[in-house]
Design a protein around this ligand. Structure first.
Ligand code: ASP
Ligand code: MG
Length: 438
């Protein structure tokens, strides 16, 4: 008998019918002879709606109360799904994160998992029950208060449970048929990937691909959890071949050569996929004195304010002034705290001005094959040039090249780059089954 962990996102349990469809899928896995643990998100846009409610009542709700509120969303789903499975003639037991043994630190809103103690889950499985767990939540080791893992955290719950239970497979069910070479909502010619490495998936997730939470991929990589992303809508119960989704697998590191070095894997595709992130801001600190310690002060202030920044670019200083401009990008939602933090150090640091562009987006191409292939930047930049898209910033890692462009150019840029790297499929493959994209 194998143990399967299945996670269903908000759009997969958006209403009663959806919950019943998920129940049928769960029961199919159970009847195929598997032990089944299910992790659910809150129904549809519930989490956003609860946040909107809190926003109308409080200007700065305490993290503890916000977590109390938000964890209620997942409790609704878990109880309804347990009822739906029971209606189909199987035994089901639901557990909150705390009951499931998800022990976290006490940082409300973005708690880290410190331990998973799934004793009650094991006992329920042994008693023949399907187990249903509320995603995205845990309980603090120190305060015993309920915590949340951060937006999209149910993926992480599923992978953490799969690791703790030594599951044979962790399936992440969502509203598209797996991981695509680009977001099929904006690149209709995107192709489904049958397989992608943990490292490429991590880069895609960290740079805007919304299909998986990057923390969940990190966790899966660390504990080698076999992961599969697939659609909960495709009508493939019982037909194994259809819409098998995408397997997330150990990255192919290539085979050792005689010299003992590692040659790039021959089959590594040049580009695995393209991620985009529309909601970013660019801040330029103008005229920072070009001397040791200046950048440390600027980024120290940003770190203290909890700003999540990337893509730092420092220009060469001009000889006349001995000053330099430093630009960086950050999520648009973090703009105000960043500007405030910088204004506080403006006098002492002695830079004359700050410039803000809150209409930028980031496009990233990711692929293991980039390591051994020098032409990637040239192909990327000329595709953007041919589309008339101006590049504002560039950054690279071993397996990724990212550019910052105007937010309005993101979609055209993504399509052009997808074509330029030969990723387009001949016929549309992607069906987006649900989700409001909120
Ligand atoms: N319901 C939470 C959210 O919307 C957690 C999740 O969906 O994974 O962020
Ligand atoms: Mg959600």
């Amino acid at each position: 008998m194998t143990l399967v962990v299945q996670k269903y996102g908000g759009s997969s349990v958006a209403d009663a019918e959806c919950v019943q469809r998920v129940a049928r899928r769960v029961v199919a896995a159970r009847e195929a002879g598997h032990d089944v643990v299910v992790v659910v998100s809150a129904m549809g846009d519930t989490t956003d709606e609860l946040l909107d409610l809190a926003d109308r009542i409080s200007t700065g709700p305490a993290g503890r109360e916000l977590d109390m509120l938000l964890t209620a969303g997942e409790r609704v789903s878990m109880a309804l799904l347990a009822m739906a499975v029971t209606e189909l003639g199987h035994h089901a037991t639901s557990f909150t994160g705390a009951q499931a043994g998800m022990i976290t630190d006490a940082v409300h809103g973005r708690a880290r998992i410190v331990e998973v103690v799934p004793d009650r889950i094991r006992a329920a499985l042994a008693a023949g029950s399907v187990v249903i767990v509320a995603g995205f939540q845990g309980v603090s080791q120190d305060t015993r208060d309920v915590t949340t893992l951060g937006r999209g955290g149910s993926d992480t719950t599923a992978v953490a449970l799969a690791a703790a239970l030594d599951a044979d497979l962790c399936e992440i069910y969502t509203d598209v048929d797996g991981v695509f070479t680009a977001d099929p909502r904006i690149v209709p010619a995107a192709r489904a990937l049958s397989e992608v490495g943990y490292d490429e998936m991590l880069e895609l997730a960290a740079h805007g691909a919304k299909i998986l939470h990057s923390r969940c991929v990190e966790y899966a990589k660390r504990y080698r959890v076999p992961l599969r992303v697939r659609s909960s809508f495709a009508d493939d119960i019982g037909s194994a071949a259809a819409h098998a989704g995408t397997r997330i697998t150990p990255t192919k590191e290539g085979t050792p050569t005689k010299e003992g070095t590692t040659a790039p894997a021959m089959e590594a595709p040049l580009i695995s996929g393209i991620a985009h992130d529309r909601g970013r801001s660019k801040i330029t600190v103008v005229g920072v004195p070009d001397k040791p310690g200046a950048a440390a002060v600027v980024f120290g202030a940003l770190a203290d304010a909890g700003c999540d920044i990337d893509m730092i670019v420092q220009n060469a200083s001009t000889e006349a002034t001995d000053c330099t401009d430093i630009s960086f990008t950050l999520p648009a939602s973090g703009t105000e705290p960043a500007l405030e933090a910088l204004r506080r150090i403006q006098q002492d640091t002695g830079f004359p001005a700050l410039r803000l562009d809150d209409r930028v987006g980031k496009l990233s191409v990711v692929g293991l094959g980039m390591r051994s292939h020098p032409g990637v930047s040239a192909t990327l930049f000329s595709a953007l040039a041919d589309t008339g898209v101006n590049i504002q910033m560039i950054s690279t890692s071993e397996i990724r090249t990212s550019v910052v462009v105007h937010a309005d150019d993101i979609e055209a840029a993504a399509r052009a780059v997808h074509t330029a790297f030969g990723l387009d499929s001949e016929r549309p493959e992607a069906v987006v089954h649900g989700g409001t994209g909120r």
